[in-house]
Structures are given as structure tokens and as C-alpha cells.
Design a binder for this molecule. Structure first.
Ligand SMILES: Nc1nc2c(ncn2[C@@H]2O[C@H](COP(=O)(O)OP(=O)(O)OP(=O)(O)O)[C@@H](O)[C@H]2O)c(=O)[nH]1
Ligand SMILES: [Mg+2]
Length: 274
């Protein structure tokens, strides 16, 4: 079931998110871990290894292939996710996710110019794609305008391909362990998107039917503990908060990695983690 695409600007945490999914860190203190992820192809297993050798050691993954020439140079990760919910036991979701470099997304604002962008769009909007996870990350002044233009363009392209009414969009604020954002995770639509990215939110809500649009907060790094909301990350010096690494590997507990994928592929909502 369900091809899903993960898109979003440079540095929004897409590859790290996929690596965490592939690696699945043990979740200390979690009694409700009700999913199991299995890496299916070789690329995914390698990514899981990177999570283990790099993220756990306090490193940052490389930005994804700036030099890619065609879409085939962009890795596809595939996962099998088994989810048990309260009412349905062990549903299987097969996910094939292509890990695009963020610049393709950022450059949408400029209009489609090069062949790789055309391929990217064709692939994101193909009929067999159930939905896109759009990871956004900035929320300071000025970003909303950029995001809203990119999204406007993306929606135009969805329309051209006849996907306006049958492509789900899960719009997520990544790295939501950041202090200013963390409380907003409980109602991301209101407290993250309406509050910080009002233009972008409006563009989405105007054009996408509400049944196909959902807002999420995600943090691959998470916080230090259930009752300890300090971010489990250290900012890398000189990157203006853009790059971070994990702070305490043995307390690694990502927040909300699965809920958006579950909804994207089934159309059913899963309870967000608290
Ligand atoms: N604070 C915080 N930083 C994160 C999180 N996830 C990833 N990062 C950091 O964000 C930076 C960018 O992460 P990537 O996963 O490379 O981002 P990307 O979206 O794949 O970027 P491109 O491949 O360049 O498009 C790295 O320094 C990561 O360690 C998170 O949950 N919280
Ligand atoms: Mg990447």
C-alpha cells in the first residue's frame, strides 16, 4: 500500500527522519510502542547503519546529493511498517519513499526550469502516489512568504496533473523539540501553522479539500524525557541553529514519526503521541 513522497526545503530534516525510521531507536520509557519498522532494500539498511554510526555518535548526515543529475540518482528507501492500533491489530504499510534534496523544493518558487525538477514533480504527483509528507522547518519572519509561494506553485502543479482532490498532504513542522515550538505540538494546526506560517496555511486550506490535508509536529531528536521537555539536541556551532546533533544518545526518543505516514497511506488518523 501507498507510495509516499517526502519533500521539503534544504535542511528540514528529511534524511535524518528517514534514517531514524530505518534505525528505530529504542524508546526508553515508552510503554506504547506499537509499531515495527523493517528496512526492505539495501539502501535503507545502509541508512539505518548511518543512523547508528553517525547520529548516535553525535554527528549530522550529509545534505542530500546536491549534484544529482537525474531522479534515478536519488535513493529510494523502502520500509515495511507494522502498526497495531487499539481497534485493528497489525496492519501492514509498505512505504517506498524517495529522499529528494531540498533544493528541488526550494526552487519551485522560481518556476520549473530544469529536467530534474520536471521529473521530481512527475514523480511526486504520479497516480500511484497516495500522499506527500511536506516537512517545513523555519518559522521566523520572512519564511512564510517563501513557503507560501512554493506551496502555491506545488498546488498549481497538482492541479495540472489532476491530483488536487485525491492526493493527501501531511504538512509537518520538523524539529519541533525546539523550545518555542514544543508546546504547539499538541495542536499543530493552530499553534504552529496558523500562528507562525499563516500565509502558507491559508494557501493550503483554500485549495486542498480538508479531508486530504493534515498538520503535524515531528521531532526526530525529541526531548530528554516525558517530564523533561529540554531538547535532546545540541546546535552545531556557526549554522545559526540550522544544523544540530543528538545530545544524549541513550535518551533518543523521536516524536511522532509514524502518525503522518499512517494517515497518508490509509486516510485514517492515528492518535498523535503526547
Ligand atoms: N533540532 C533538530 N535538528 C534536526 C532534527 N532532524 C534533523 N536535524 C538536523 O537538521 C540538519 C539537516 O538535516 P537533514 O536530515 O540533512 O535535512 P534534509 O532535509 O535531508 O536536507 P537536504 O538533504 O539538504 O534537503 C542536520 O544537522 C540534522 O542533524 C530534529 O528533529 N531536531
Ligand atoms: Mg537530505
Amino acid at each position: 500500500m501507498g507510495n509516499i513522497r517526502v519533500i521539503g526545503p534544504r535542511g528540514s530534516g528529511k534524511t535524518t527522519y528517514l534514517a531514524a525510521l530505518a534505525y528505530q531507536p529504542i524508546q526508553p520509557g515508552s510503554k506504547t510502542k506499537n509499531f515495527k519498522v523493517q528496512a526492505i532494500n539495501e539502501d535503507t539498511r545502509k541508512l539505518a547503519e548511518k543512523a547508528e554510526t553517525l547520529i548516535l555518535e553525535g554527528g549530522s548526515l550529509e545534505p542530500t546529493g546536491v549534484l544529482v543529475k537525474t531522479i534515478d540518482d536519488v535513493p529510494v528507501y523502502s520500509f515495511n511498517i507494522q502498526i497495531g492500533t487499539l481497534f485493528q491489530k497489525n496492519q501492514n504499510i509498505n512505504l517506498a519513499v524517495r529522499d529528494y534534496p531540498g533544493e528541488i523544493f526550494d526552487e519551485l518558487e522560481l518556476g520549473l526550469t530544469n529536467p530534474i525538477q520536471t521529473e521530481f514533480i512527475d514523480e511526486c504527483l504520479a497516480k500511484d502516489v497516495a500522499g506527500c509528507l511536506i516537512m517545513l522547518t523555519e518559522w521566523k519572519k520572512g519564511t512564510d512568504r517563501h513557503y507560501s509561494r512554493v506551496l502555491q506553485r506545488f498546488i498549481e502543479l497538482m492541479d495540472n496533473q489532476g491530483r488536487i482532490s485525491d492526493l493527501r498532504l501531511a504538512v509537518a513542522m520538523s524539529k519541533c523539540e525546539r523550545g518555542e515550538l514544543w508546546p504547539g505540538r499538541l495542536d499543530p494546526e493552530t499553534d504552529l501553522f496558523n500562528a507562525h506560517l499563516p500565509k502558507s496555511t491559508k494557501v493550503l486550506k483554500e485549495k486542498i479539500p480538508s479531508r486530504n490535508l493534515n498538520f503535524y509536529a515531528i521531532s526526530t531528536f525529541g526531548v530528554l524525557g516525558r517530564n523533561n521537555p529540554r531538547p535532546n539536541r545540541i546546535e552545531e556551532w556557526g549554522t545559526n541553529g540550522r544544523n544540530s546533533v543528538l545530545r544524549e544518545a541513550n535518551r533518543w526518543r523521536p516524536y511522532n514519526l509514524i502518525a503522518p505516514l499512517y494517515w497518508l497511506s490509509t486516510g485514517r488518523r492515528m492518535r498523535n503521541e503526547a
